[in-house]
Design a protein around this ligand. Structure first.
Ligand code: GDP
Ligand code: CA
Length: 327
């Protein structure tokens, strides 16, 4: 049997976790038991924030909890069977953000993380340590160890943390642009560029192209690694039938002047033959008519079912992405 293919997935939170579950399952269905040895997620840390003295890493936690099977599937974030006693007490104190709920179990994660960061561990080391608690079946790497929390700049020039814009204002305040202060001087986390350049396939999860995949690609060196890797780079459209499946990514796309369509997002990522990041792009069956336009951009279109509504659909989608990458 040939060696198991090494897979790297660039991922945000919800779309990223569903897709990671799919890739892990697709590898297992191929008879690969030790998926952690071959599957790496490079996770967006632009959503990270300091709140009530603790460091939150929402996308890293979403993926960790999902792979561990302890995520709250209905709510879409946090831990299953969580309570909010500490959160209520914080609100009594007027601490934190009243519109941002921190579950008790979730706070345990943040306290552990913050303690280890204070002890001098890097975010990469903290994630590695946290990954040992459960059988995740994947290695998680932050895109960078630097703090590059996303800032939303509104049209009137005011600035707010991404989480405030997203969670408090439900993305209703028109953004002019998104910034990650400090990112130009940030480096990819240890292992990130090596994982990309030594992979057999690199997959872009159907994550928010602007505030999940955008920050990952903005870390100096990651785009270059994607350009240099001998592995095919295959992206999965987060847009199905001209609509964002979940969340508010359309507002983000509009802000950066990209239409909410599967072909416009592919064009935004661009072909690797001309400085972009994609070799191939998975489009939904609902968007089959856009395949020609994608091909015209020098990106190989592959039409497939893109709904990750259950584990088996997610695995089938991941299998299509792997097959498209030729692994
Ligand atoms: P976040 O960090 O929690 O916002 O999650 P991500 O950035 O990883 O993913 C959010 C994106 O996932 C949304 O904008 C959706 O477009 C996409 N998405 C969610 N569910 C599905 C699905 O079932 N299929 C596809 N193709 N995309 C999905
Ligand atoms: Ca996110």
């Amino acid at each position: 049997m040939s060696a198991a293919p090494r897979i790297v997935v660039l991922a945000g939170g919800v779309g990223g976790s569903r897709f990671m579950l799919g890739v892990r399952e697709a590898l297992r269905r191929r008879g690969i038991d030790d998926t952690a040895a071959v599957l790496t997620a490079v996770v967006n840390t632009g959503d990270d924030l300091w709140l009530s003295g603790v460091r939150l890493q929402p996308d890293v936690d979403s993926i960790t909890y999902a792979l561990a099977g302890v995520n709250d599937v209905e709510r879409g974030w946090g831990r299953t069977d969580d309570s909010e006693r500490v959160n209520r007490e914080l609100q009594e104190w007027g601490a934190g953000w009243p519109w941002f709920t921190l579950g008790d179990l979730d706070l345990g994660t943040h306290l552990a993380r913050t303690g280890w960061l204070r002890d001098g561990l890097t975010p990469t080391q903290v994630i590695e340590r946290m990954s040992r608690r459960w059988e995740l079946g994947a290695r998680l790497l932050p895109m960078t160890d630097a703090e590059v929390d996303t800032v939303v700049v509104l049209r009137d020039g005011s600035r707010l943390h991404f989480q405030e814009w997203w969670t408090r204002h439900r993305a209703t305040l028109a953004p002019a642009r998104f910034e990650n202060p400090g990112i130009a001087a940030a480096a990819p986390a240890p292992g990130v560029t090596d994982a990309i350049t030594s992979a057999d396939a690199v997959l872009l999860a159907p994550s928010n192209p602007v505030v999940s995949v955008g920050p990952i690609l903005a870390v100096p060196g990651i785009r270059e690694a994607l350009g240099a890797t001998p592995a095919p780079v295959v992206g999965v459209s987060p847009i199905i039938g001209g609509r964002i499946v979940r969340g508010m990514a359309d507002v983000c796309l509009t802000a950066i002047g990209v239409e909410t369509s599967a072909s416009a997002v592919a064009t935004h990522y661009g072909t690797r033959t001309a400085g972009g990041v994609l070799d191939a792009w998975l489009l939904a069956e609902e968007d089959a008519a856009l395949a020609e336009e994608v091909a015209g951009r020098g990106i190989r279109p592959v039409v497939a079912p893109l709904w990750m509504t259950d584990a088996s659909r997610s695995a089938a989608l991941a299998e299509t992405a792997l097959a498209t990458a030729g692994v």
